[in-house]
Design a protein around this ligand. Sequence first.
Ligand code: NAD
Length: 264
Amino acid sequence: MTKAADWIDLSGKVAHVTGGAKGIGRGISRALAMAGARVMISDLDGEGAQQTAQETDGEWMQLDVTDSSAVAAAMSETVERLGRLDILVNNAGVYHGLGGPVGAITDDVWKTLWSVNVDGVFYCCRAAADLMVAAGNGGRIINVSSTQAVSPGVGVTYDGAKAAVAQMTRTLALELAPHGINVNALAPGPTWVHGGEPPRTGDGELKRTGEPLADTVADRIHRLPAGHWADPLEQGKAVVFLASEMSDFVTGAYLPVDGGWLTL
Ligand SMILES: NC(=O)c1ccc[n+]([C@@H]2O[C@H](COP(=O)([O-])OP(=O)(O)OC[C@H]3O[C@@H](n4cnc5c(N)ncnc54)[C@H](O)[C@@H]3O)[C@@H](O)[C@H]2O)c1
């Protein structure tokens, strides 16, 4: 009898994770490797990617996802070095210091954020889909969006970009379904990427800045139903679900992994 555990076994599968040097990308890379996949870890930070590759017995490469020809070469190189490409996780993203009130957002900030968080996702989807369609083995594309796609908080730059990622996901799901390629969005809630135990949400004072968006976010984190920030590995577990046979009939979904954030 087939065991349900066999459905999450990714042995023989090859995954490419962008932005895998640290944070959520590192958690995703670890979880995919634990499920048996061979993982190619790419990142702007080559040294960090190499460290994650060492931890996961994977491969690494330096990659800037905003460079479309480098992205196309990187996806082909994944197939050359690991033999195939079954799973793409578009995790690379930026947000530190790139949000805030609309009047304070410069052209450069807008372009920087959208070039990584939207253009980069598009370039990677396009290159990987070409290879997956040509290979004819189906595949999985998982785009890392955010709860901010539907519940604003960081700023028009980031929230808009993550909504764009969620909608690109639905369009690609429709377009690639005939090729057996499932395309889904992961929507992380507050995830602790600074090392150590994720903080409990009720700890400490609720700091109010007087800036409406920031205060809304702080308030939600303070009341997060799960009672703590996520560990990056908790995002990785959901990615294993979306990458495995467990989710065969799931495509075009927007999956919040948020400890109840979107219920608030
Ligand atoms: N941490 C959270 O609470 C949270 C919540 C929702 C969504 N997210 C999303 O999860 C993803 C990962 O976030 P994180 O918190 O782990 O961030 P992080 O800053 O810890 O890691 C992001 C990684 O992406 C890499 N990167 C940045 N620009 C790149 C580029 N041009 N090309 C290739 N790699 C690049 C960085 O070097 C870094 O290693 C992002 O898409 C982010 O928007 C995070």
